[in-house]
Write a protein that binds this ligand. Sequence first.
Ligand SMILES: [Zn+2]
Length: 294
Amino acid sequence: MPELPEVETIYLGLKEVLVEKTIRSVWSDWEKSFPYDKNFIKENVLGQKINLVKRRGKSLIIELSKNYLVIHLKMTGQLIYRSNGYNFGGGHPNDSLIGKMPDKTTHAIFTFNDNSKLFFNDQRKFGWIKIFTPDSIKEFKFLNQLGLEPLEPNFTFLNFKKSLLKHSKARIKAVLLDQTVIAGIGNIYADESLWMSRIHPATLVSNIDSQHLKMLHSSILKILRLSINKGGSSDRNYVNSSGQKGSYLEFSNVYKRTGLKCKRCGTAIIKIRVASRGTHICPNCQKLINKKQH
Ligand SMILES: [Zn+2]
């Protein structure tokens, strides 16, 4: 599943091409991804202009003149924009990104007033597009229960600490993956930021001292920003909005580096299981502390 940097990369690309376009028609063949009939689409989407494209956590939000489209790519979703001579796409990096559109993985097509099109492809069909009114989007728990947004100004150390301490008896990795605490972090960036701040992923939040929490907060920011600069990671096959593979994994310190040397101390990286997820650590830099050290 794409994490914050991958979705941010797609968002940055799409906002350049979608804003100001008016939706002329919508086609869809997969009810689970886009569960609306023609009349509903006509009343709630057609003729509306795209005012804004946003990202919240791992979701994309397209603000129309009256309503909203919310898109989640899940495992294999892609968004591909095609205009006369202009190709642009992000998400699962198979050949569809540069191939002829639509293809057999296309499940929705938005056509705009200038004949350009946005294709929603999804091989495994876990992704979705939902339509909301200004009232119903407020009731959408998936969005409104999301926690702190790491790239927003309110992701301060104090807010971060306060949010984590509500889960003081949970393991830190599980808390980082909980989207209601911090939005957008998944397996890759949880492992990377815990390595950078020398915290064992299975440590209980209550056992982490303030200094390490501070390091964790700044590590999350550093790592997310680095990954966005590198176009996201290409693990699970994510590519950036111009169709190039993200290169973050070339810079990763622990993620997918089992058996390789820790870049800090030379100890071999190991893979363990924490919060039911494969977890990469340096067993020397990240020791499990069972009691808070003062
Ligand atoms: Zn190490």
